[in-house]
Design a protein around this ligand. Structure first.
Ligand code: ACM
Ligand code: ZN
Length: 549
């Protein structure tokens, strides 16, 4: 073969092996505080030979780097090698940024590489999420990252998503995938609703019947017809090792798991296991229908307070979170009014009805205060649903304002911290589809909550002073799962509304713009596609089917 033929053969080989290239677009959700694209600058081309290099002695930076490699693979077809920094032509992640916000990061792309510098490992992680979400389509291709400098930090320190794993039970792997979805949206608190009337789902070693008996119901109503029942036993629970595994998995993604034990109402699962804890002594069934049950813990029985302490003690060993949710919502007072022990407790505490509260509401405050003080003695802070203010406030407790934003305003004015989760904006069990009877409507509460409405939530009421506004810790969306039996349907309910919520939680209000958000939504769903997440397509395309299953 002569030299000329050899050159031709080499060129053909080169053209066969040259890879396609796509260009990153920094149209990400949540929108960073500042994105400066350097139009004259040369960008960085990410190729399979590039490395992900990490600085930082502790394992969380290495873990970050490994996660970034796993995030980039479905988007680019490349599995990049992870190495200790420094490395040339790399994506370098480090945690040396000085910032007032511990979750801040800077991302700089130039011809030499990409540097993500976080104020902490968590900050670097959010920079990684931005990088990942800037890749517009999943394809086997090199990626040109145009020269850019991004400076970012979250607006709120508490960015939560809730998951009801009592009404339906989701296996550990499903909970992990749910956490992955939260990580993609820069969420940092996972509120895990573990107990309710329809099933107690966390192992407590001192009270084995909670899971042996209290995690199983004999059947479930069919659809929304409360007179029906499928008679199919339904149950499941997380062992303490399962819960530890979830805590570890979430922590690697810089998410804190906030456990919720809902008390003193929503307790039929526990009452089935230990009927002496109810005002009437039982028997009680693990509830087979949805709604609010009159059967609650007896607040006049000292062994109930000891039970609460014991449960908190075991769970604090598993969940390192500063916050611990003690419920407090929807606790009817009917049984307490009829119960001799509860009435005796009211008398012994000297509780009297007044123009603000009934004696029974004050008894609930006494109950919640007991739990909150026990948590405080262990260095933890209680969160409660806003009903816990009805009988007078428990000092130090964070209010989760769900029956409208006004309870957050009341709490903040009184000097208490609050988290916004009002139903009209934050209840993702509500409908995504506007009309027409669809599978979603048959299996849902019927309130319509579109992406745009979620986006419009402003957590800080304009009447609050700057001092009061500091008590608004953030916002959270809730996924109650009465009508959500599968992870796929949970994903559909969450997405893309969580994208809107993430911008409420992260982005400064002056930068929010619904039209721009809807445009950027088209990009983040490409990441949903790459990860195989189910989402409500008609939020982008009204002609798409509203069936979420
Ligand atoms: C609630 O939705 N019951 C807090
Ligand atoms: Zn009682």
């Amino acid at each position: 073969m002569n030299k000329f033929v050899l050159i031709l053969a080499g060129a053909a080989l080169a053209s066969c092996t040259s890879r396609p290239q796509q260009t990153a677009v920094y149209d990400v959700i949540p929108l960073p505080q500042s994105v400066s694209v350097d139009l004259g600058g040369e960008g960085f081309v990410l190729k399979p030979s590039a490395k992900i290099a990490y600085f930082g002695a502790d394992t969380s930076m290495r873990r970050n780097a490994e996660l970034l490699a796993s995030y980039l693979e479905p988007l680019t077809g490349m599995r990049l090698e992870v190495v200790e920094a420094p490395a040339k032509g790399a994506i370098t992640i480090t945690d040396t940024l000085r910032s007032e916000s511990p979750e801040a990061y800077r991302l700089v792309a130039s011809a030499d590489g990409i540097v993500i510098d976080g104020a902490s490992a968590a900050g670097a992680f959010y920079g990684m999420q931005t990088l990942r979400k800037s890749i517009p389509a999943a394809m086997e291709a090199d990626v040109l990252f145009p020269a850019v400098s991004i400076a970012d930090a979250p607006r709120f320190p508490y960015r939560g998503v809730h998951f009801d794993c009592s009404r339906h039970f989701f296996p550990v792997d499903s909970v992990k995938e749910y956490i992955d979805i939260l990580a993609l949206h820069n969420v940092n608190h996972f509120h895990w609703h573990l107990t309710d009337d329809q099933g107690w789902r966390i192992e407590i070693k001192k009270y084995p019947l909670l899971t042996e008996k209290g995690s199983w119901r004999k059947g479930t109503v069919i659809g929304t017809d409360f007179s029906s029942n499928d008679s199919i036993p339904y149950g499941g629970y997380y062992t303490q090792d399962d819960a530890r595994e979830i805590v570890r998995y979430a922590a690697e993604r810089h998410i804190t798991v906030v456990p919720e034990v809902d008390m003193p109402g929503h307790m039929q699962g526990a009452l089935n296991a230990y009927p002496s804890m109810g005002c009437e002594g039982g028997p009680y069934e693990v509830w087979m229908r949805w709604g609010v049950s009159d059967q609650v813990l007896c607040a006049g029985n000292d062994s109930v307070y000891a039970f609460v302490d014991d449960v908190i003690d075991e769970l604090c060993e598993i969940f390192p979170s500063e916050y611990f949710h003690i419920g407090g919502d929807e606790c009817p007072k009917k049984k307490w009014k009829e119960c001799e022990a509860c009435q005796a407790k009211i008398r012994s505490l000297g509780l009297k009805s007044d123009s603000h509260s009934t004696a029974e509401q004050k008894l609930q405050t006494h109950f919640m205060t007991h739990a909150a003080e026990h948590l405080a003695s262990k260095g933890r802070r209680a969160i409660g649903w806003d009903e816990i203010m009805e009988g007078g406030m428990t000092p130090g407790t964070v209010i989760m304002s769900w029956r409208g934003p006004k309870h957050a305003v009341t709490a903040a004015r009184a000097g208490h911290d609050a988290i916004l989760t009002p139903t009209a904006y934050c209840y993702f069990d509500y409908l995504q589809a506007p009309d027409s009877i669809t599978d979603e409507q048959l299996l849902s509460y019927r309130t319509y909550l579109p992406v745009e409405k979620v986006y419009s939530l402003e957590p800080v009421d304009s009447t609050l002073t700057a001092e009061e506004a500091r008590h608004i810790l953030g916002a959270q969306c809730n996924l109650w799962c009465e009508y959500i039996p599968t992870l796929s349907y949970a994903e559909y309910k969450l997405l893309p509304r969580l994208a809107a919520m993430s911008e409420v939680q992260w982005t400064r209000p002056e930068k929010k713009d619904i039209d721009d958000f809807m445009r950027r939504l088209r990009q983040i769903v490409k990441t949903y596609d790459a990860e195989g997440y189910n989402y409500a397509r008609f939020a982008l395309d009204p002609a798409a089917t509203a069936d979420g299953k």
